[in-house]
Design a protein. Sequence first.
Lengths: 319, 324
Amino acid sequence: MSVKTEPGPETDPRPSIGESRGDRLRRMFSSRVASAFAVAIAVLWTIPTAGLFISSLRPEDDIRTSGWWTVFTDPNFTLDTYNYVLYSTSAGGGLIRNLVNTVVITIPGVIIPVVFAAMAAYALSWIDFKGRNTLYIAIFALQVVPIQMALIPLLSFFSKGLAIGDFTLVPAWQLEGVNTIVQVWIAHSIFGLPLAIFLLHNFMRELPGDVMEAARIDGASHSQIFRKVVLPLVTPALASIGIFQFLWVWNDFLVGRTFGGGEATRPLTAVLGDMAGTWGFGWTRLPAAAFIAIIVPLLVFLLLQRYFVRGLLAGSVKG
Amino acid sequence: MDISALTARFGLLAVGLAAFVVVMLALYGIAELASRRNRSRLVASVFLFPALLFLGVGLVYPAVRTFVMSFFNGDGTQFIAFDNYAWVFSDDDALQTLINTALWIVIVPALSTALGLVYAVLIDGRRGERVYKALVFLPMGISFVGASIIWKFVYQYKASGDQLGLLNQLLVWFGLDPVNWLNNFPTNNFLLMVVLVWIEVGFATVVLSAALKGVPTEIIEAARIDGANPSQIFWNVTVPSIRSAIVVVAVTVFIATLKLFDIVRAMTGGHHGTDVLAHNMWDQAFRLGNDGRGATMAVLLFALVIPVVIYQVRNIRRQELEAR
């Protein structure tokens, strides 16, 4: 878009009426200040990440003795740290295991809530039934409920099951070892649902009613309309929400740490969070370890930014 | 690292996905049967069943349960009425946690929204706007843990010799003494807030910048012709035109700030007077094993979002009335 709200003085071709030389100087000056400010923010927002990236490529002895900015006068790079944190069997290594956990957690952690949310959003926007609006508003309000409200009982639901008095409604799940990851799938699906339903409902409600009507007249059932008409039309929205949920699950610490069981089955971010918190003797390997976790969502984010922004704006600017 | 450990994980993934497909096929079959008989109530319940089951068992029931637990002792065996709440408002550490949370939820949304707005205005229509925006937006793709690690290195402190953290090195270059930032109360709280602001400004910039594009140029031209200077235009034309977007950004950042757990956990672990509600909740329940206190902290957290819930619900009710 070429809409400009405030054309700078140098781009404004029309001479301003009655502008004194002092005014013009002041405007030039404030435009300089504005430029400097914008550049300063852009730089300030980039340097910390660049510093971590440079550190991740330096030998551990260098990290321990000098700051990352010294590489400009004394360059010295290695991939050893990456190798160690991913594959070493010694302390602080073998993170490939947790990286795989992250992947194994993320795929169902995105697919399940998005599919369930699409179904629910369809029912809430195109099937007529009593209490539809109340139900939608209730789900909408759930979006804001902090997941902290659910953590303790949900964890006990997995470890002890669900009982009313002495009557066991659901027995304990007794998940062990790698299977603990199932808990994380379910937790992420639950916590991702309210926002996904809200966003998809927004998109689905905008679909033209006469298309649905035509399909109904042609004898299509709700499940056929959902699959053949609605889903293809909301594919871009599904992509936006999928990216949201992907970033949330991949980057999550709280859910993975709470439901992920022992260190061997936790996702990478949860392990990193603890490593950073304790800042033990392995802190020199943190830059490399952190960068392994950061790089995937960052690439997804950069490549698919358009979809992400679209979802962001649909979710927040409406109304 | 041996490969068999990894194949077990991918095996689980395959089984999980297969189970999901089976469940979906079953649901689809039921929905198909129901919609052939034209029973839309049944069809609706099939479509809603998985989501409502998950939300009911995983969010609504636990929330009620947490509320009840907050009136019980640490292991949930004894009813102690309001003792946990009395503890929150009398214990020094718990009070510090509340004060910190209050500071966070005021400063972070205000600062993120203000910086995002100023930045969005400054880069609007500037050459390379997309690049400017992308640079500031980038931290949105980085996890809170990743951001914490990035900033922990910036704040790093060494008592003697060459500094490793950029902030302390800058102090040294200016001839000052390095500071042990993260242990230094109360400054450490503000340094932790910097991390969240660093992440959220990008969000604010993108949303507000999109809103700015929607402000008609004619209004701004008219104000300029009437002799308004740039700051008058900003305050009297631009800000009122994008008011609703500003509110949305502030509210969204407010909620994110309230739920903040990762940054505190990864940077200080809540020590040195930096604890906040959402982190203390986790600490009480899962590290110290006191479910009652943890639940109480969660309830307080929930109490703080209730105004937002009411505001949002009223908004959406109004929208639905307008749509009719």
